[in-house]
Design a protein around this ligand. Structure first.
Ligand SMILES: C[S@@+](CC[C@H](N)C(=O)[O-])C[C@H]1O[C@@H](n2cnc3c(N)ncnc32)[C@H](O)[C@@H]1O
Length: 237
């Protein structure tokens, strides 16, 4: 299946479902202890003052957790509807509209960039730009965390929202941890921690959390990525 979903389609979809999403996912109830441990580890790696961008914050449910871990967190999301809910439900944190592909922040503004299932709707062509932008806004030595469903191909994730009365079309781009790791290395990150776990009973996919530190500002050092590496089968760990 070849689908090129642009950001305006993703924004419209999340604007439509924002209240349903925010009411359903209020805090970190869906996260497993091992995922919370990865987030705690991410926070522990950050140099002070631990300024963290929740990049694709949605309705803001992860911001109180980051705050409790000692981070000074700002939220940003593509969808004005989601940001409206983040501001209403978590108004103690600053959140604004913006895209992962063109972060509205200066270079080296953050010690950490936290992307919790927010790169999943961008096709591969956008991903290189997203990682470059994360690298740009991180201070040297800062860390990036990426959480995503593992796998190959594209999934239609509209059905769950349609059942709740939302007439939307939304796709997810699945990637393996290995593919993401290659892209991170190419962009000037060193992967420092990886969680890959099997799908829980209520999930359809395995899940991954990768943490990588920013190592260099010379993000063109690795040349072109060998495409065969990016289509390698998922590693089973
Ligand atoms: C599955 S939700 C996760 C939201 C939040 N991180 C959470 O865990 O509740 C995906 C979020 O990513 C946002 N998003 C998708 N593509 C984006 C992009 N290119 N730039 C910024 N946000 C994006 C969506 O608007 C949506 O709020």
């Amino acid at each position: 299946m070849s689908i090129c979903q642009d950001e305006s389609a993703v924004q419209c979809a999340y604007d439509e479902v924002a209240d349903t999403y925010a009411d359903h996912f209020r805090a970190t109830e869906p996260e497993l202890p091992i995922e919370l441990a990865m987030i705690e580890h991410f926070s522990s790696l950050l140099p002070d003052p631990r300024r963290v961008l929740d990049a694709g914050c949605g309705a803001g449910r992860m911001m109180p957790l980051l705050d409790a871990l000692g981070c000074r967190v700002d939220g940003m999301d593509l969808s004005p509807g989601m940001v409206r809910r983040a501001q209403a439900d978590h108004g103690q944190f600053h959140s604004q509209v913006g895209s992962l592909t063109a972060l509205p922040f200066p270079d080296h503004a953050f010690d950490g960039v936290f992307s919790w299932y927010s790169t999943i709707h961008n096709p591969d062509d956008d991903l290189a730009r997203i990682l470059r932008e994360a690298h740009r806004v991180l201070r040297p030595g800062g860390a990036l965390l990426l959480a995503f469903q593992c796998g190959e191909g594209i999934s239609d994730v509209s059905e769950g929202y349609r059942r709740r009365g939302h007439d939307i079309t939304l796709h997810r781009y699945n990637r393996t941890a290995e593919q993401m790791s290659v892209r991170l290395t190419h962009t000037g990150f060193d992967e420092t921690a990886r969680l890959v776990r099997r799908a829980a009973a209520h999930e359809r996919s395995d899940q991954a959390v990768l943490i990588a530190t920013s190592t260099t500002n010379d993000i063109s050092r690795h040349g072109r990525i060998d495409p065969s590496v990016l289509s390698a089968p998922a590693s089973r760990r």
